[in-house]
Design a protein around this ligand. Structure first.
Ligand code: NAI
Length: 335
């Protein structure tokens, strides 16, 4: 089989490997479509602190179960599935309270273990979620990025009367906008980005107001409007303090960033308004929710997709994704 392997930082190969056999409890997925995420690019460039090399990357993928290991119901064969990349131990403290995404022995498919930019991938049976026929093959790999938005929103509990502000109109910001509008019915969703083309995507994905904050600070543009719910999907370290300054008293802030750089923020800016701050990593058990939202048409994954590119052209696809945020949002690999 062909697999996209990052041999070591900076070295991307399409390798020829033997088709693997599933271990007990595993299924083998014949991958049909996979989507590129920023973290795939970071692993390629050696910027993901969690990655181990050599690594088959890819954690957003869709396919069909074509083999099952011992102990797995053979009725699972031929099932159309999307794969939750979170593999957890099941017995540590976070696992015991339903938060396997921060398991003390967390393994992320495509990061700590081999992933889905490959003709076949082995995954635990429990990670392979069956899809209804109403979700098309060509958009199915986008279930995973929507689970990120689902996870932060589960903490933030958006309400229709919220005034939401989303920093960043990349894939993460756009999935958040769609979930805020389509699932939670938030009436006012404001989005800030520095790139006009991305702001147009924000509008196309449901934003009520899209603001370019390159030159004029958001505080000026908002003109006294205080968001009650803020999601940082741009993840620059300065944004946390800006969000705290902009937020309404009793507002909630959701952070998604992984930067190692410090954020400078005062206790006063948080406590004087009694702000709630939530962080969110990957997802905990959100696949069934997102699959249902997609099947019911509450979210529209096709609105994020700008390119379909064959697996053989992986380097071109990853470079386009990385270098051209004006023209490119989600790139789907045809396997
Ligand atoms: P992206 O780079 O495609 O999008 C970020 C957007 O933010 C860009 O359009 C950029 O122009 C905009 N931006 C940058 N600085 C800004 C500022 N000061 N104000 C307004 N907009 C600004 O990235 P993507 O894929 O959407 O991911 C966003 C972030 O989410 C990344 O930092 C990534 O590491 C993080 N992430 C976190 C996850 C989690 O589970 N916590 C999962 C996936 C991604």
């Amino acid at each position: 089989m062909k697999s996209v392997v990052i041999e070591q930082p900076g070295q991307l190969n399409i390798a020829q490997r033997n088709v693997p056999q599933p271990d007990p409890g595993e299924v083998r997925v014949k991958v049909k479509y996979a989507s590129i995420c920023g973290s795939d690019v970071h692993i390629w460039h050696g910027h993901n602190p969690f990655a181990r090399y050599p690594r088959v990357i890819g954690h957003e993928f869709f396919g069909i179960i074509d083999a099952v290991g011992a102990g797995v119901d053979p009725a699972r064969l031929d099932t159309r599935v999307v794969v939750d990349p979170v593999v957890s131990c099941g017995h540590c403290y976070p696992c015991s309270i339903g938060r396997p995404n921060v398991c003390s022995e967390l393994q992320v498919i495509g990061v700590h273990r081999d992933g889905g930019f490959s003709e076949f991938a082995l995954v635990p049976d429990a990670n392979a979620w069956a899809l209804p026929d109403s979700i098309e093959d060509r958009v199915a790999s986008l279930v995973e990025p929507f689970t990120i938005a689902a996870n932060i929103c589960a903490f933030l509990q958006p309400q229709p009367q919220d005034i939401a502000l989303v920093f960043g109109a990349g894939p993460m910001g756009l999935t958040a906008i769609q979930v805020l509008k389509g699932v939670y019915g938030v009436e006012r969703v404001i989005v800030a980005d520095r790139i006009d083309e991305r702001l147009q995507m924000a509008r196309d994905n449901g934003a009520d107001l899209a603001l370019n904050n390159t030159e004029t600070p958001l505080a000026t543009q908002l003109n006294g409007v205080q968001p009650t719910l803020i999601i940082d999907a741009a993840c620059h370290p300065d944004i946390f303090a800006e969000a705290a300054a902009l937020a309404s008293p009793a507002g909630r802030i959701g952070l998604l960033g992984f930067s190692g750089a410090p954020c400078t923020i005062t206790q006063q800016s948080l406590t004087s308004k009694e702000l709630s701050v939530f962080t969110s990593r990957l997802n905990s058990h959100r696949f069934p929710h997102v699959i249902r939202w997609m099947a019911e048409g509450k979210i529209a994954p096709h609105k994020l997709i700008t390119h379909y590119i064959p697996l053989n052209e992986i380097e071109r696809a990853m470079t386009l994704f990385e270098k051209d945020p004006r023209a490119c949002c989600k790139v789907i690999l045809e396997i």
